[in-house]
Design a protein around this ligand. Structure first.
Ligand code: UGA
Length: 439
């Protein structure tokens, strides 16, 4: 099977490398000549654990290649995946589909023989219909089907998610296209990953519904965390107590500073817009979006409170900037709002992140970036853990205390136990686990 992937961003690159690893011949296409040149030279433009080795081995085996020549890549292909970006359109939150439609036109002009065109980019319900219309209009002779096949990859765990998915969703009513897609995913099917066939619109909605549900689940536990603080309960025990119920499930019940990243904030907003446009509002998701926005900024209040209400001219050390560990992605990271709010309160922010500082420097002003966790804590009035990188999970408390001007830790990811920190003489503040649990 020859597969072309249009768009060598995060999704395109991971999918392309994994399809090649299944044994397919894969050609990844991108318009950005510098990106393709780098990939051809073996350089990976994003940080994703394991991706470099996967790209290297599949290129060496001759199954994976990179090009800017869409025409040639599409002409050869049995299946063409569209994996271009769908950013939030400025102003209204709708997904911007201009890249998807532009790619569809180019694909239409280049197709040669029966081709299955698959939207892997996250696209609103009905986009497949428009892609089909564009291709038929651009190339009336073309033999093709348009299929929806959303991705459910998590950054930082994308390769594992791709190779061991909970399910693969394929949206098409056409038997021929269904057979081709079964062939594409045959290696996973043999691993017993369920292939869920649906109509195209249903498949498009599944993607948004999945992300919106997860965002809602996180927001739910975040509100329960606030309530736990108010009533003297422990949110981690609540999460365990409800999560063991199979109907609820234990995942995505970690309270924290709010969800971020390139998917949940954008996709929840796009779903709200689609629902409004179709006069069928999704009020739970509307509320989820607004609670999460407020939450990110309000986390700074926890820090201010930990410093007795005043952070003016005080140095605050922030550990972790990316929206989650194992990525260099800063998009919609809670750190952006937290740092800004601390600065608005007059604090001087010093920060360290294992992978995200380069992108953070483009998005943040007046932040001093340090070389490691301990150096940013030097003389700081408090240390705030914003992202739960492994490197912060086993800090040397003695060394940390020596560096800090005051032994105050605000742990927004609940990675430590209060007793442990207090034993080392720290004042410890966290999320949803009050100082005094009322027994
Ligand atoms: C998310 C989904 O998990 C993927 O299934 C989906 O494919 C992807 O979006 C996408 O649409 O492309 P991702 O954004 O990479 O993946 O990251 P997650 O691991 O889902 O985390 C998202 C945010 O939620 C992070 O800010 C994380 O810190 C936060 N989170 C997650 C919590 O605050 N608590 C939790 O219990 C879990």
């Amino acid at each position: 099977m020859i597969i072309s992937v249009i768009g060598s961003g995060y999704v395109g690159l991971v999918s392309g490398a994994c399809f090649a690893d299944f044994g397919h011949e894969v050609i990844c296409v991108d318009k950005a000549t510098d990106k393709i040149a780098k990939l051809q030279a073996g350089e990976i433009p994003i940080y994703e654990p394991g991706l470099d080795a996967l790209v290297e081995s599949n290129c060496a085996a001759g199954r994976l290649s990179f090009t800017t020549d869409l025409q040639e890549a599409v002409a050869k292909a049995d299946v063409v995946f569209i994996a271009v970006g769908t950013p939030s359109r400025r102003g209204d939150g709708h997904a911007d589909l201009s890249y998807v439609y532009a790619a569809s036109k180019e694909i239409a002009a280049a197709m040669n023989g029966y081709t299955v065109v698959v939207t892997k980019s996250t696209v609103p319900v009905g986009t497949g219909d428009e892609v089909e219309r564009i291709i038929a209009e651009t190339n009336p002779e073309a033999a093709f089907d348009v299929v929806s096949n959303p991705e459910f990859l998590r950054e930082g765990a994308a390769i594992d998610d791709f190779k061991r998915p909970d399910r693969i969703v394929v949206g098409t009513d056409v038997a021929r296209a269904r057979d081709v897609m079964s062939e594409v995913y045959r290696p996973l099917y043999l691993n017993q990953s369920p292939l869920v066939f649906t109509s195209r619109r249903t498949s498009e909605l599944i993607k948004y519904a999945a992300n919106a549900f997860l965002a809602m689940k996180i927001t739910f536990i975040n509100e329960i965390a606030d309530l736990s603080e108010a009533v003297g309960a422990n949110v981690q025990d609540v999460a365990r107590g409800i999560g063991l119920d199979n109907r609820i499930g234990s995942k995505f019940l970690h309270a924290g500073p709010g969800y971020g990243g390139s998917c949940f904030p954008k996709d929840t907003l796009a779903l709200v817009k689609t629902a409004q446009d179709n006069s069928s509002p999704v009020r739970l998701i509307e509320t989820t979006c607004s609670i999460n926005d407020q939450r990110k900024r309000s986390m700074a209040k926890k820090v201010v409170a930990a410093l007795s209400g005043d952070v003016r001219a005080k140095k605050i050390a922030v550990l972790g900037l990316t929206f989650k560990p194992n990525t260099d992605d800063m998009r919609d990271s809670p750190a952006l709002s937290i740092v800004q709010a601390l600065q608005d309160h007059g604090a001087q922010v010093h920060a360290y992140d294992p992978e995200g500082m380069e992108s953070a420097a483009e998005l943040m002003e007046n932040v001093h970036f340090g070389a490691d966790a301990y150096s940013v804590c030097e003389g700081a009035s408090a240390v705030v853990i914003v992202t739960e990188w492994n490197a912060f999970r086993a800090l040397d408390f003695g060394r940390l205390k020596e560096s800090l001007a005051a032994p105050i830790m605000v742990d927004l990811r609940n990675i430590y136990r209060r007793e442990e920190l207090e034993k080392h003489g720290f004042q410890y503040h966290c999320v949803g686990r009050p100082d005094q649990e009322i027994r």
